[in-house]
Design a protein around this ligand. Structure first.
Ligand SMILES: [Zn+2]
Ligand SMILES: [Zn+2]
Length: 131
């Protein structure tokens, strides 16, 4: 089990998943909300136990055309996770909101076409341009 919160503590969570293999996403929305790429853990929605009342921003200006929702704390503005209707049972949780992220590893990079040019590919990690 892993635990986490937003910056101000109005929203806390427990994650029933010990997965530590993260992905970096460089899609435009992740770049805008995370200042140049975001680290996520993919997990089943049922694994997240939440305390607090996040808001979300929804858009279907995604490459799949399916809606995505970015959940954030209405007090401090920190983004906590993303849901995409293309994968209805999955959420992607922002690694930086975990209480302890020292043991996180990198599994893949996605939407690398939008990566800042100064960022070099991470060694021994698969890259996906999508599409
Ligand atoms: Zn907060
Ligand atoms: Zn993204």
């Amino acid at each position: 089990m892993q635990k986490g919160s937003c910056a101000c503590g109005a929203i806390t969570y427990e994650l029933d998943d010990d997965n530590k293999a993260a992905m970096i996403c460089y899609c435009r929305d992740c770049n805008k909300t995370s200042s140049g790429g975001a680290l996520f853990l993919r997990t089943d929605k049922v694994n997240l136990r939440l305390k607090g009342s996040p808001k979300f921003w929804a858009t279907n200006a995604t490459q799949s055309g399916k809606e995505s929702r970015r959940y954030f704390c209405p007090e401090c503005g920190v983004h906590l996770w993303v849901e995409v209707d293309q994968w209805p049972s999955i959420l992607t949780l922002k690694v930086g909101t975990l209480d302890d992220y020292a043991d996180i590893t990198l599994a893949t990079e996605v939407h690398t076409r939008n990566a800042i040019k100064a960022f070099q590919p991470v060694q021994d990690v698969g890259q996906k341009r999508i599409p």
